[in-house]
Design a protein around this ligand. Structure first.
Ligand code: CTP
Length: 423
């Protein structure tokens, strides 16, 4: 029998006050309609790790939709329901998003369930999850508020920094969990225990049958939030890379490209314009020999609007980056890249391991650091009549400002006038 732990004090101290109040009140409302409610998953793990997490997953022994409707009735907000799974998402008026899931459906066959049966339902729910550290719950019903449910030694694994599956077929049933294991390893600097790592290696070939969109769901998280280099190296060491992304390039080349990407990432972090989340797809592109030739492999990963945009922007930019010349000025680069995003330019340079990377970085750094001063309104104020020429005039001013970041508005207008006189 696992040790009983009481977490009310930890919750009170480590959670934002409003979150704590919200949990208390959800537990009370559930009790009023005879349901037990548990906070489960990532938020429990992160509470114990003292990491912040705002994704509230609640499992109820009872019907999640009924509870959501009751909460909305009392506290307002909006609910979205998924009837086939008896789950609901409640958007609290203060902005919190709370997922309410029903524990095992068997429960409905025994409406007068004994406490023992109730316990086994939440236990079963937790047992179906990926790793022990994610399979803990905290009761939020008033009677047992704050009690930790830890049937699988998640608490100990968390303290030991261990990623461990709950049952041997876990990776076979859901091969994307292999990617999740790697992601949690690199996020928390944890490690799979020996048996889990062995199971990951043995089940890796199952990744081949996972659809690209499901792969994308995990890869996007792996390559956006985590240390992409560490994740890649772990994938390589476990022999997973050949089953996912079907890479035909050497690991060394991938590592060089990822390092180049990290160079750009650091640049934008420094100027406080971090990469947008769809950058993960850029990391995926590093696994292909030639994105132009292998675009059909990559396209399937790009399903969202900004992912598709990044993908097509990179395809368009590759020839432009290839043709950069050493004597290009900042304005020359702006002529090529003005309409392209930081992400697309960074991905293209990194993919090609462009010898002009430093030049491009310098340009991007300037571009990110200045705010372009002149607007069409300024030109009108100067007596110009609005016309399609405005576009070129403003572009000239932008180039001038990139070359001479200290330029004042007046100087930029003078520059435009002198350009006109030349023509
Ligand atoms: N889960 C699982 N198998 C998966 C995906 C998710 O068992 N393939 C479970 C995990 O137990 C997880 C919960 O569903 O705790 C919620 O999943 P998700 O939101 O993806 O993970 P979090 O653990 O909350 O991770 P993060 O902090 O990255 O959001």
């Amino acid at each position: 029998v696992p040790m009983k732990r009481q977490l009310t004090q930890t919750m009170r101290k480590k959670m934002p006050e409003d979150l704590f109040q919200l949990l208390t009140m959800i537990g009370k409302t559930a009790a009023q309609i005879n349901m037990s409610a548990y906070l489960i998953g990532g938020m429990v793990r992160d509470l114990l790790l003292e990491h912040s997490n705002e994704d509230m997953d609640i499992v109820v022994e009872g019907d999640g939709i009924t509870l959501a409707a009751k909460l909305q009735e009392i506290y307002g907000g909006q609910i979205r329901t998924h009837h086939e799974f008896r789950t609901a998402t409640w958007k609290h008026p203060a902005g919190f998003k709370i997922d309410l899931t029903s524990a095992r459906t068997e429960y409905y066959d025994f409406p007068a369930a004994l406490p023992k049966v109730e316990l086994s339902t939440i236990k079963e729910d937790l047992y179906r999850r990926d790793f022990t550290i994610n399979a803990m719950g905290i009761c939020i019903s008033p009677d047992e508020f704050g009690d930790l449910l830890d049937y699988f030694h998640g608490y100990e694994d968390l303290n030991q920094g261990r990623i461990r599956t709950l049952y041997n077929l876990s990776f076979v049933e859901d091969p994307t969990r292999i990617l999740r294991a790697i992601r949690f390893e690199s996020r928390f600097q944890f490690e799979m225990d020996e048996q889990t790592a062995d199971l990951a290696i043995q089940s890796a070939n199952n990744l081949m049958s996972v659809s690209k969109s499901r792969q994308a769901a995990e890869l996007s998280r792996m390559f956006y939030e985590e240390n992409p280099l560490a994740s890649f190296e772990r994938m390589r060491d476990l022999g997973i890379t050949s089953f996912i992304l079907k890479s035909k390039v050497s690991n060394q080349l991938i590592i060089k490209r990822i390092k180049a990407m990290n160079g750009f990432k650091n640049l934008f972090d420094e100027v406080q314009k971090p990469f947008e989340s769809h950058i993960w797809l850029g990391y995926v592109m590093m696994f292909y020999k030639d994105v132009l030739e292998e675009s059909h492999h990559i396209e399937g990963y790009a399903s969202r609007k900004y992912e598709r945009k990044l993908f097509y922007d990179v395809l368009r930019l590759i020839p432009l980056v290839t043709n950069i010349r050493s004597d290009y000025s900042i304005s020359d680069l702006h002529v090529q890249f003005a309409g392209s995003t930081d992400e697309a330019i960074s991905v293209s340079c990194s993919h090609l391991l462009s010898e002009h990377t430093e030049m491009v970085k310098n340009y991007l750094n300037r571009r990110a650091s200045i705010s372009f001063e002149l607007t069409g309104q300024d030109l009108i104020r100067e007596g110009y009549t609005p016309s399609p020429d405005f576009k070129k005039m403003l572009f000239d001013a932008a180039c001038q400002q990139l070359e001479y970041p200290e330029s004042t508005k007046d100087e930029l207008i003078q520059h435009i006038q002198s350009q006109e006189n030349k023509e």
